[in-house]
Design a binder for this molecule. Structure first.
Ligand code: SAM
Length: 238
C-alpha cells in the first residue's frame, strides 16, 4: 500500500506499507481506512477540546491517525507511541514519533509509563464484558488509571451488539443499559468507583465510541454522534 491519506480533511499523511491480503471481500486498505476513520473522526473533537499539553503517550499507535491529531491539536513536547506491529512501527517512526516497539501488555508493572498530560488508548476490542473476561485487560486498565494522567482517551465498541447484551451489561455496571448513553453512564460511574475518573465527553460513530476521562465526579456526559464513514481518513486524489 502506497497512499496519501487526508486526516480529518486537514492533514496529509503518507502511508507506505507492504501490500496485504484482501479482507471482508474488499481491498484491505479500504477496510482499514473505514475502520480507523471512525476512531479518527471521533477523536478529533476530543483532542481539539483538550488543546495543548506538555506530554502525550499512545498505547496503540496503529497508522498514526490519532498521533497526527494529537500533534496538531495538543502539540506535546514529548510524544511516545506504543505499537507491536514492526511494519507499523517503521511507519510511525517515519512520521517522526518516538516509538516503543512491542506488546504494551508486557509493559504492565514496569515503570516505563511516566505520568503524562494525555494518555490515548485506542483499544480495538474494548467493551465492559471484554474487560470483565480478560484479566490482562483489567491489569492494563488499572495501570492506565493509577498513574494520574490528566486526560485519558479510550475506545469502546459495545454499541452494535448492545441490544443482545443489555441484561449482561446492566448487571455488570449496576445500571440500566436501555440505550448506549445509559451504558456509557454506567461505565463512567463504575470506573469512577474504581479509579476516580469519569467520562466527561463521548463521541460515537456507528460501532466505535471515543471517550474522554477526567478525574472528576460523574456528571452528565456530553454525548454526540456522527454517521460519517470515510471523513476521518480520506484518500488524497493526487
Ligand atoms: C485500533 S488500532 C489503533 C489506531 C490508531 N489510533 C491510529 O490512529 O491509527 C490498534 C492498534 O494497536 C495495535 N495493538 C493491538 N494490540 C496491541 C498490543 N497488545 N500491544 C501493542 N500494540 C497493539 C495494533 O497493531 C493496531 O495497530
Amino acid at each position: 500500500m502506497n497512499e496519501d491519506w487526508l486526516i480529518c480533511n486537514k492533514w496529509r499523511m503518507a502511508v507506505n506499507l507492504p501490500d496485504e491480503k484482501p479482507r471482508r471481500g474488499g481491498p484491505f486498505s479500504a477496510y482499514r481506512r473505514s475502520f480507523i476513520s471512525k476512531h479518527t473522526l471521533c477523536r478529533e473533537a476530543l483532542f481539539a477540546s483538550i488543546g495543548p499539553v506538555r506530554s502525550a503517550v499512545e498505547l496503540f499507535g496503529g497508522l498514526g491517525c490519532s498521533s497526527t491529531l494529537i500533534r496538531h491539536y495538543c502539540k506535546p513536547e514529548t510524544h511516545v507511541v506504543h505499537e507491536r506491529d514492526p511494519g507499523l512501527c517503521e511507519h510511525l517512526r517515519g512520521l517522526g514519533l518516538t516509538v516503543r516497539e512491542g506488546d504494551v501488555y508486557d509493559s504492565i508493572a514496569k515503570p516505563v509509563l511516566a505520568r503524562r498530560a494525555l494518555l490515548d488508548a485506542d483499544f480495538g476490542d474494548f467493551t465492559i464484558h471484554a474487560w470483565r473476561k480478560n484479566k490482562l485487560m483489567q491489569l492494563l486498565w488499572a495501570w492506565m488509571f493509577n498513574r494520574g494522567h490528566r486526560h485519558i482517551v479510550t475506545t469502546d465498541i459495545a454499541e452494535p451488539h448492545l441490544h443482545l447484551h443489555r441484561a449482561r451489561y446492566g448487571a455488570l455496571l449496576h445500571n440500566d443499559c436501555g440505550d448506549y448513553p445509559e451504558y456509557l453512564d454506567g461505565m463512567s460511574r463504575f470506573f469512577h468507583e474504581l479509579y476516580g475518573y469519569s467520562v466527561a465527553r463521548a463521541e460515537a460513530n456507528y460501532g466505535s465510541c471515543s471517550m474522554l476521562w477526567l478525574q472528576q465526579e460523574p456528571s452528565r456526559i456530553r454525548f454526540s454522534r456522527t454517521w460519517a464513514a470515510y471523513e476521518g481518513v480520506a484518500l488524497c486524489s493526487t
